[in-house]
Design a protein around this ligand. Structure first.
Ligand code: FES
Length: 585
């Protein structure tokens, strides 16, 4: 029999890595861990102490936005091999936006928990987080942050531009527009079906500045992805180059022991918040970054979002706030151009460290803007104050959010009569009723759609307008809820109202006919009902949402926190580290 064996040299690495607790020795346990992996044909010298890199892949046939990540993982592996690491691809929970019910958000924390345990329990020295669809990015970042081993993100990249009848079709954004057009009678169902394929021309994530593109941008702005990662289209050859470079880089990060806790500093979060304002990013970034900050012990608050984003002009002219799509953002120079602009405006912590080992400023200072219609000059910004507006008042004591760049300027100060929907089913029952007592001056109020109420805080806050209003040519009304909204959506929509209705927040006691005042410039959300009456209603309030009888839904119900702290589980906040668990063999 041929002896296949390379010399077992002492580890060439600067220190003994944690994977050696499994692989580095001659004990029965070492042989058990190593020997079984050898059934895949790995030579013995791969266990010599080199970094074992877990490539955490959210590929799934049921996560089409991440459907190309298996192919992309091969490029990551190539990079890891080149740099002298040992890559092992690991499938992890993939909370896909477009299939999970009641909402993918309900599973973000489950995915994060699974990722955390997957990393800690296994012989892994560093991780590449392969993500894309909305919840996959925050869930893997959260899980990795709670372990604090070297980690780097590579996203799958956006789909190519959608085109329908010579018009750009933005993922999600077009869906909302067209479904309203059908209700208004200006589009047929047959045309809608024809547009469906045009919307999704290639592999990749939503091509608007929706939540997926926003979170890819957040990962880059936080310093957790290589510079330029966010905007490269999924099918562009440069996406594969990025994957390979990411694979190379993680090996060096392990050698340097460069961990999330070194990168995810308060300065990094402040950079990300300002970036979100500049790109007109999704309101979902608020809950995800608050949750991520909680994992690394950064005391980030809703007030930080308002304070830091207030003066940031939205300069990225992408749907849903603007005109273009991610493909054009990439051609214009992508996120590095935006970060450079923030730096020039004194709105960037330039020294913040990134996964490259360089500062964010070193990464972006020499880039150029190649299209000033896509990345706008400040004087042509879509909105001068583009950050997330955080509203407070007796209707939202702990806060609510609104995205000014996606809202109607004429509605930013508005007083209207409430038309109340007790939950999403109530809304669906009533909204198409021609006898519904509503007009465009009213404020639509949706309750029981928060983290605990829905459950999962579904993206239903941008509830469609009633057909009788749409038929007048009206396209926006003030809407208030404790829900979230898709990052691809738009409108004067107040979201994440906290405390949520299902937790007994004041939203729960709003009644038809009450008057509500929205004053975005003064950050005020006020229920114009006498204090005594509010107190009496709250005292009489009864919780409508039943506690689930068991399973994950019960865990979720019992432990999810409010939107103002990121809707994480109370017991998952913080970093639990990467100490090697005991061996039981
Ligand atoms: Fe997956 Fe938009 S639905 S990225």
């Amino acid at each position: 029999m041929t002896k296949i064996r390379a010399p077992f040299e002492p580890a060439p690495w600067p220190r003994r890595l944690r994977s050696q607790e499994w692989y580095g020795g001659t004990s029965r346990d070492n042989i058990y861990h190593r020997g079984w992996l050898k059934n895949q044909g790995y030579p013995h010298d791969l266990f010599d102490g080199r970094p074992v890199i877990g490539i955490l892949n959210t590929w799934s046939d049921l996560a089409p936005c991440n459907g190309h990540l298996r192919e992309l993982a091969e490029k990551v592996k190539a990079g890891v091999w080149e740099a002298g690491g040992f890559p092992l691809e690991v499938p992890v929970f993939s909370a896909s936006e477009n299939t999970y019910r009641p909402t993918a958000m309900m599973y973000r924390n489950l995915a994060a928990m699974a990722v955390e345990e997957t990393i800690r329990a296994q012989p892994i020295d560093g991780v590449v987080l392969m993500v894309g669809c909305d919840k996959t990015t925050p869930s893997l970042l959260m899980g990795a942050a709670s372990v604090d081993l070297p980690a780097i993100t590579v996203t799958g990249g956006p789909m190519l531009n959608g085109w329908f009848r010579n018009e750009r079709v933005g993922s999600g954004t077009a869906l909302w527009q067209m479904s309203e057009a059908i209700k208004a009678g200006t589009m047929t169902q047959a045309e809608f079906l024809e547009a469906e394929q045009a919307m999704s021309r290639s592999s990749g994530t939503c091509n608007t500045m929706g939540t997926a593109s926003t979170m890819a941008s957040m990962a880059e702005a936080l310093g957790m992805a290589l510079s330029g990662n966010a905007a490269i289209p999924a099918v562009d050859s440069r996406r594969r180059v990025m994957a390979q470079l990411t694979g190379r880089r993680i090996v060096q990060m392990v050698k340097d022991d460069l961990k999330p806790s070194d990168i995810l500093t308060r300065e990094a979060f402040e950079n990300a918040i300002r970036t979100n304002g500049a790109i007109g990013g999704s309101t979902n970034a608020v809950v995800h970054l608050l949750a991520l900050a909680g994992r690394v012990g950064i005391d980030l608050t809703l007030d930080d979002w308002d304070r830091l984003g207030r003066d940031v002009p939205t300069i990225v002219n992408l749907m849903p706030s603007g005109k273009y799509l991610m493909e054009e953002f990439f051609y214009a120079g992508g996120l590095p151009v935006v970060l450079k602009r923030l730096g020039e405006a004194g709105m960037l912590h330039k020294d913040a460290l990134t996964v490259s080992g360089e500062s964010v400023w070193d990464e972006v200072k020499d880039v150029r803007n190649w299209n000033e219609d896509v990345i706008l000059p400040t004087e042509k910004a879509l909105t001068a104050a583009g950050g997330i507006a955080v509203l407070k008042g007796n209707l939202a004591p702990s806060g609510a959010v609104l995205k000014p760049s996606a809202a109607s300027p004429a509605l930013m100060v508005h007083r209207g009569r409430a038309v109340v929907f007790e939950d999403i089913d109530d809304y669906k029952r009533k909204i198409n009723d021609p006898d519904l007592d509503i007009d465009e001056t009213c404020i639509m109020v949706l309750k029981n759609c928060g983290p605990r109420g829905y459950p999962g805080m579904a993206e239903v806050g941008n509830m469609g307008l009633p057909p009788k209003v749409l038929k007048k040519g009206i396209t926006d009304m003030v809407r208030i809820s404790d829900a979230r909204m898709s990052g691809t959506a738009y409108g004067t929509v107040v979201l994440h109202t906290t405390p949520e209705a299902a937790a007994g927040g004041p939203l729960a006691i709003v009644r038809d006919g009450d008057f509500i005042e929205l004053d975005v410039p003064n950050r005020r959300l006020h229920l114009d009902v006498a204090e005594q009456e509010i107190a009496a209603r709250l005292a009489a309030w009864q919780n409508r949402s039943a506690r689930p009888a068991g399973g994950y839904a019960m865990l979720y119900h019992d432990h999810v926190t409010g939107a103002d702290t990121g809707a994480d589980f109370d017991f998952l906040r913080g970093c639990r580290g990467n100490a090697v668990p005991k061996d039981s063999h």
